[in-house]
Design a protein around this ligand. Structure first.
Ligand code: SF4
Ligand code: SF4
Ligand code: SF4
Ligand code: FES
Length: 383
């Protein structure tokens, strides 16, 4: 790509032609505010908060869509620019509930940050009518509050370009414009897959995870980076933790996911603190205490069925006892050795999983081939 010479705020910069003014400025440490722009999404030019002054251009130009060409001289913070940005913010906020005191996004809201930066109080244009959309959607994951939507279209682009689902769009024009799902139904009834990418990029509380409602503000939560435990893709996640409880999950910028996740990674975390979660191994009582399965299966004939011939699952928990990991693992190791000794390695077979890491699958192959001396190993992805 050819290089061009431009000047931003008096600083001479060599830049790749046709990068946007916003990209070149931020790459060179020059701050330009942005609201509808998101680095993972194609530019939209919807909010006008990134306006800059470019010499020999008739009007101010949005930095997020304007491409750099040879000789441009750009001013990012002139009084004219600041006044235009403030006006754009005043117009956006004139139709906003200003609910910052109780809003979930307070402290983590791009609109709030910019209103603070530009001194916009929300009382500049009080004559107009404000929207009062009903809040919510029957889906279990994402709260939809169109009153806090600023029509930046980040969600629309995330759904289209990141997830390829196209579940969100903007319907109507002018004051009636609003986000809509599917054929203007609910999010639940649209093709939405609940990946939460739209929530990830929404700069306000218009889209918010339901499981996180009332669980704490950004500064009350500890952010811990980790890798998703669900599958071998290895998405990087941020766990937002309060009082040792996960209250929200967001995507972190990892090589496999670049800040986005699927529905399981983002919303499937309630098992961690679930009271019924197994945290210690359970072993059949007869394996620990001796005797045979038949003898301890007091309700049936040792075939796992009760007197009526039904599986004895109703009281099955009574046949399990909690133990420690060493005891449980030793028991498994002895049983494997016993099988190999009595029946040969081919009596053993292992089934691996795409949900494990490569390292775990490698260890399973070693266990099967080297210790059990059999090639009876397969993978769930082939089934
Ligand atoms: S979305 Fe942002 S600006 Fe709007 S009420 Fe919530 S914190 Fe305030
Ligand atoms: S959750 Fe995912 S699929 Fe559903 S609307 Fe948002 S981005 Fe699209
Ligand atoms: S829901 Fe959020 S991301 Fe989507 S248009 Fe509204 S403010 Fe932007
Ligand atoms: S950030 Fe450039 S127009 Fe919104």
């Amino acid at each position: 790509m050819p290089q061009v010479n431009i000047t931003i705020d008096g600083k001479k910069i060599k830049a790749e032609a046709f990068k946007t003014v916003y990209e070149v400025a931020t790459a060179n440490g020059i701050y330009i505010p942005a609201l509808c722009h998101h680095p993972a999404l194609p530019p939209e030019g919807a909010c006008r908060v990134c306006l800059v002054e470019i010499e020999r251009q008739r009007a101010l130009q949005p930095a997020c869509t304007f491409p750099v060409t040879e000789g441009l001289v750009i001013h990012t913070n002139s009084p004219k620019v600041r006044e235009a940005r403030k006006f754009a913010l005043e117009l956006i906020i004139s139709d906003h509930p200003l609910d910052c005191m109780t809003c979930e996004a307070t402290g983590d809201c791009r609109l709030q940050d910019l209103a603070y930066e530009y001194g916009v109080k929300g009382n500049e244009y009080t004559g107009g009518v404000q929207h009062t959309y009903p809040i919510d959607d029957p889906n279990p994951f994402i709260q939809v509050d169109r009153n806090k939507c600023i029509l930046c279209r980040r969600c629309v682009r995330a759904c289209n370009y990141i997830n390829g689902v196209e579940a969100i769009g903007i319907v109507y024009r002018g004051f009636k414009a609003r986000i809509a799902f599917g054929m203007d139904s609910t999010m639940q009834d649209s093709p939405c897959e609940f990946c939460g990418s739209c929530v990830e990029v929404c700069p306000t509380a218009a889209l918010w995870p339901k499981m996180s409602l009332g669980k704490g503000r950004a500064w009350q939560l500890k952010k811990i980076e980790t890798i998703c435990s669900y599958c071998g893709v290895g998405c990087r996640l941020n766990l937002h933790v309060r009082d040792n409880e996960i209250v929200k999950v967001t995507g972190a910028d990892g090589p496999a996911n670049h800040g986005f996740t699927c529905v399981k990674g983002r919303f499937g975390y309630d098992y961690v603190n679930h009271p019924e979660r197994l945290t210690r191994p359970l072993v059949r009582r007869y394996l620990l205490e001796g005797g045979s399965k038949a003898a301890t299966d007091h309700r049936g004939g040792g075939d796992g069925k009760n007197g009526d011939g039904l599986l004895a699952t109703g009281n099955a928990a009574a046949d399990f006892v909690e133990t420690d990991w060493d005891t449980a693992l030793n028991l498994v190791a002895h049983k494997f050795a016993e099988i190999k000794r009595n029946y040969g390695g081919d009596a053993f077979a292992a089934l691996c999983s795409a949900r494990c890491t490569n390292e775990e699958n490698f260890l399973m192959a070693k266990l099967t081939r080297q210790l059990m001396a059999t090639h009876n190993i397969d993978h769930c992805a082939r089934l």
